[in-house]
Every structure is written in C-alpha cells, then in structure tokens.
Design a protein around this ligand. Structure first.
Ligand code: WT7
Length: 646
C-alpha cells in the first residue's frame, strides 16, 4: 500500500471509492418502509414510554410535524443518566479556556451533578415545564450545563448569541417570554472583553413593562464585578451551591418543545424555530453517528458557538446522547498566536473536528508552517458546515489538517432541519471536493423546478426541497404556526422548501448553489437583508435602503448596503453602521455602505436587488435591460460611485 498510515491503528489511509453497501441498504430500507425505519431508530434512546408510531406529519393543509407522538422521555436523562450508569468516570466534557493552562474536565457523573444542581435551582426559582429560559454565555461549561438543566425540568431553552446588541437581545427575550436569564459577568474574546451582564441589563431595560424576566443568574466567567439588581440578579455559583446533585427528570411528551432557536428569514423579524424533544434527539443521535462514523472513544470537537443550531446538535445533544467526550474551547482560532486550535487538538487528542469553511479559509492564509508544525495525528474525521466550501479549501483541509488521512465531510443543513441532511458520510460515501454529498438514509431531498412545480429527475437543478418529514424537522415557529406554513410549505406545495437552490449530478451528488431568497450568509451567520434594512430605517435621515450579499474571500459572503438620504449630504456611513450595530449586532455591520441618490426600481416601485448585487460585486457584465427601470440613469450613477469608492 502506498501513502500515509494511521499510526495507532496501523490502518492504511485509503479513501472509499464507492458508496458502501451498508449505506445503500439503509437508504433502501428507509425508502421502503419509513415508519419501520424511524421506529427502529427511536431505540437509540431510553423512553419512559416507547412510541408506538414514528411520523404523523403532514405537509399539506395546516401542516403538522409530529414525530413519535405518543412517546415520553427526558433529553437530559438520555444525555447523562444512562451514561452515568455505564461509564460514570468517562470524560463527558473537556473545557479549555483561552488563557494558557485553563482546563476543566467533567466526567459524566460530574456533569450530571452540575446539571442537577442547576435544575434544582431553576425549579426553586419557579421555572417549570414549558417555561422559557434564556442562556447568554460564552463558550464555558456552564453553557452546556444550562441547556441540559433546562431539558431536565422541561423548560424550553433559548440560547442567545453574545454578539447580539441589547436591542437584538430584548427583541428575543420579549418574543420568547423568558422567565429567567443565565448570563456571564464578562466574556473574553481574544484581547477584547465583552460586557455580557451590562448588555443584558440594557436589554432588560429596553423590554420595559413587557419584561417577563424575573431572575438573572450571573456566571463569574472572568470574576469581574458587575452591577447586581437586588432581588432580581443572583450569583450562579452561590445558587447552585445550595442545591443537591440529584434532580428527578420531568417526563416529557415527544412533541413538547425542547428549545427555540431564533434565525433570520427573508422578511420580517427573526423567527423562533421550535424544536421538539423525541424526534430532535433521535435525529441528533442518528446523524452524529452516521455522518461522523462516531466511535465510543471519540473526543468530538465541534467549534460552533452554542448559540447556533450547530452548537446545540453537535456540541451538546448528538455526542452526549451517544456517550462521547465533547470538547469546548473558549477562544479564537489564532489568538494569542496562529495555530492555537491545532494545539487544542494535539493537547486533547481530538478525533473529530467539525468547523466552518470560514475557519478553513483563514487558516489557509497563514504560513504553511503553522499547520505543518503540529502533529494532528489524533484526527480521524474532519467536517465543515454553514456555507459552501470551495474545492480548494476542501483539498487544503484534507491534505494539511487531515494529512490526507481523514475523510472530510461537508454537511448541508439548516436551523430548521435540526441536523445534517446532505453529506458524504465518513467511511461510507466518497467525498467530492465542493459537493454537499448525498441525502442521509431517510432524507427525501428533491429538486423542484420553480416554473413548472415538477420534480427534476436525475441530473439537473432546482429548488432544494424535502418531500417527506424527518425526525429532526422543526415543529413550528414560536407562536406563529401560520408563518411556519407560509415560509416553508407554500413555495412548493406539499413539500418543505429550504430556501436554497441546488444541482444534482447523475450519480446523485448534490451541489448547493446558494439561497434563492434575501438571506445573506456572512461567515456562517445567517442574516436577513430585511433585518438590516429595518435597523437602517431607524435613522431619521434615511429614506430607504437595500442590503445585498456579495462574494467575500474570507467570509464567503459580505454585506453591502445602499442608502438613500433624506437630503443630499445629510447622512454619513458611520451613522448607518451604528444603526446596524445597535439594532442587530456588530457581527452584521456591512463591508461597504454607499449613500446614493436613489435605488434602481421597476416602474411598479420594486427595488431591483439583482442589479445592486451585481454592481456591488463589480460584476458589470449582463446587467440586462435597464430600459424598464423607472429611472435608468441611476444605474450609471451608482456604478460610478461604487467604482470611485473601491
Ligand atoms: C443555510 C442555513 C446548518 C447549521 C449552520 C447554518 C447554508 C449551510 C451549508 C453547506 C452550502 C450551506 C444554506 C442553508 N449552508 N450548510 N454545507 N453548503 N451551504 O444554519 O443559519 O440555519 O443556515 O446555510 O444556505 O440554507 P443556518
């Protein structure tokens, strides 16, 4: 055999050349009898009452997503208690802080104890089944503990990103009606400090009379002194210390909500995607195992923040449900020096490394020495998610990080799908650089022709839809089932519409061509252009604006905003930037802002975003027929301005 050899196992590094028989067999079984297939998958969990059926879902009429409807279980029990019985002293969670030497290992027994103490605390504070708890923490163990504590008592967690502005937080706190918030004193981000508690205080103030939050638990991440409002604010450490390390789990129905996850769409405010209990956990467990060829002795590192769906399914629920060891690292990839994450891998013998194309692209730009000076020999499987990975980046990840010895799984999925849908499953499906891979067994991905509404057979492209429900599918949007139906089930009636376009090769491999709606993906952050425009509109000097996505070398996509001022010279880009940072968050601040006289519009007054996208990306070929615009001259004017500011 030629090529590298995996040292410990002495297995030659040969990549599979064809889809495995086992995989094909699973695909066929799931196709032939989905009920039986998914009912058998339910056996991966421990149930208080085993379900008698799998799906009663229906994409027609009012739309119903219903998995394992008569089953009863508790998610925390599945992720902890059963492993405490069989492997109490195995590391469940390894945490490394961003400062040198900061490390914490929690065994399954210890993690269980911490979760129970917090669960008891929450119950004492009056939190019960169905109540919402907001979690606003950096990457610390308490974040995982908080999610599982909620799951234990049947509270619905709402994890909020540390990068949201006070207004962004307030909006989500009010929409979810959170009763308790768990936040940090201060979070670290490289050399920067993020004032989590102070921002949360501002958010609570902004909620005003509509505030539903009764208590704020403050985790001492840095030990910084922060203002505490007597009666409302409590020390996390002091509160959990009062409780015993045991807490009876709440028995939940399979379709009770487990969590809300806010995400952006093409219109309106962020929507609270609701995930259920039984179906979601089956999906987390199934996909974690099938996609990554999960092994019991894995040290599984998904680098996503827990405030995103990836952090829910592959930092917490999938790997813990399957009894693996999870790693969470607090810091940035290249702080305090390049290669920090490679050191984390080597120090902790990480076997599966699941990250984003943005991280890969940034690492590619560093000196080749940075990655080559690390061993990385513990790695077995590599994965990416969140945005397309270019064939070059895929190859670099495979050759330099995986040392040509690890399968690279690009995984396509969404907040709404709960877990991976399309991928080249490790060890079973040959990887193809740039392609998203095949649907997992049981996933009925179809391409629908936008014009004819017919399904494309074989090779071709169309709107990426699901013809059938799957266990991880979101159940509804929080308090807005009609918006759920409208958003996902009306574009291609009878099917779930993802919002993405895709192309399929003759042998079934999918390639994602990108969003077909007004959603922009900046470094894996999903941003609705409408949200940006709403924030910009809060400036009284703004008449209107249009945000568009443009290709960006490092971030995948970048945001560009065109703004029309009330009077010429009355608006400066800094004010627009501030309005976006305040209304949405710093992460959504655009690359470029152009203050323009007017926007290109059709005669009926519709903004022609397609044109703005092309102009902003300096792609001036095929601008198309401009004569149908209400003011064709504006296009030349904007082109000149963009060229002038480039
Ligand atoms: C959108 C979903 C899945 C968790 C993280 C993002 C894009 C996601 C890929 C991929 C090409 C991808 C899609 C999708 N996307 N993964 N592997 N290749 N595009 O979840 O915030 O809900 O965003 O991200 O456009 O619709 P999300």
């Amino acid at each position: 055999m030629k090529g590298p050899v995996r040292v410990e196992e002495n297995i030659p590094c040969t990549a599979e050349t064809a889809v495995s028989d086992r995989y094909l067999d699973q695909v066929q079984r799931a196709q032939r009898d989905p009920e039986a297939f998914w009912l058998s998958q339910a056996r991966r969990l421990v149930w208080h009452k085993a379900p008698s059926h799998a799906s009663r879902s229906d994409f027609n009429g009012d739309v119903r997503i219903d998995w394992y409807g008569d089953g009863q279980l508790n998610v925390a029990e599945n992720c902890l208690d059963r492993h405490v019985l069989t492997q109490p002293d195995k590391a469940a969670l390894i945490w490394e802080g961003q400062e040198d030497g900061q490390k914490l290992v929690l065994t399954y027994r210890e993690l269980h104890a911490q979760v129970c103490r917090l669960a008891n605390t929450l119950r004492r504070l009056g939190v019960g089944k169905g109540d919402r708890v907001a979690i606003h923490l950096p990457m610390v163990a308490e974040g995982v503990v908080s999610m599982l504590a909620c799951a234990r008592i049947g509270a619905i967690h709402v994890v909020l990103f540390g990068g949201f502005s006070a207004e962004g937080l307030a909006e989500r706190l009010m929409d979810s009606g959170a009763a308790v918030v768990i936040t940090a004193d201060v979070a670290r981000r490289g050399a920067k400090s993020i004032p989590s508690k102070v921002t949360m205080d501002e958010a609570l103030l902004a909620c005003g009379a509509a505030c539903t939050v009764r208590h704020v638990l403050v985790v001492p991440v840095t030990g910084t002194e922060v203002p505490m409002q007597p009666g409302r604010d409590l020390s996390y450490t002091a509160e959990v210390a009062m409780e015993i390390p045991d807490c009876p789990p709440e028995v939940m129905d399979a379709c009770d909500p487990l969590f809300l996850m806010y995400t952006s769409g093409s219109t309106g405010r962020p929507k609270g995607v609701v995930h259920g209990t039984g179906g979601y956990l089956v999906w987390a467990s199934y996909t974690h195992e099938v996609v990554f060829a999960a092994q019991p002795n894995d040290v599984f590192w998904c680098t996503a923040d827990t405030s995103w769906i990836t952090g829910h399914t592959y930092v917490v629920y999938g790997p813990l449900c399957n009894g693996a060891t999870i790693l969470i690292y607090e810091g940035l990839p290249s702080w305090p020096q390049p290669g920090r994450w490679w050191d984390v891998i080597d120090r902790n013998n990480v076997s599966v490394f699941y990250t984003s194309p943005t991280v890969v692209r940034a690492a590619m730009r560093e000196d080749a020495d940075v990655v080559r000076s690390r061993s990385l020999s513990s790695l077995r499987v590599l994965g990416t998610v969140g945005e397309p990975i270019s064939p070059e980046a895929w190859q670099w990840f495979h050759d330099e990080v995986g040392k040509a010895c690890c399968p690279v799984v690009d995984t396509w999925w969404q907040t709404e799908t709960g877990g991976v849908m399309l991928t080249a499953s490790a060890g079973q499906v040959p990887g193809r650089p740039g392609a998203a891979g095949l649907p997992l067994p049981g996933v009925n991905a179809v391409l629908v022709d936008a014009q004819t509404q017919t399904e494309v057979e074989g090779a071709g492209d169309g709107l990426l839809c699901m013809a059938r429900s799957w266990p991880g599918q979101a159940m509804t949007l929080w308090r807005d089932h009609e918006r759920f139906r409208q958003t996902y089930f009306t574009t291609c009636p009878g099917r779930y519409f993802s919002g993405d376009g895709a192309r399929r090769e003759a042998d079934g491999y999918f390639w994602i061509t990108g969003r077909v709606d007004d959603v922009v993906n900046v470094s894996g952050h999903r941003i609705g252009t409408a949200e940006i425009e709403d924030a910009v509109a809060t400036d009284a000097e703004v008449v209107e604006s249009a945000a568009v996505g443009v290709p960006h070398d490092l971030k995948g996509q970048g945001l560009v905003v065109f703004v029309v001022p009330r009077t010429e010279g009355s608006l400066n880009p800094a004010a627009v930037r501030r309005a976006i940072a305040d209304g949405v968050g710093r992460y959504a601040v655009p690359e470029q802002i152009y203050v323009v006289r007017d926007l290109p519009k059709t005669r009926s007054g519709k903004i022609v975003r397609r044109l703005l996208r092309k102009i902003a990306s300096h792609d001036l070929n095929n601008l198309g027929d401009l004569s149908t615009l209400s003011d064709p001259d504006i296009v030349e004017e904007i082109i000149a301005q963009v060229a002038g500011q480039a």
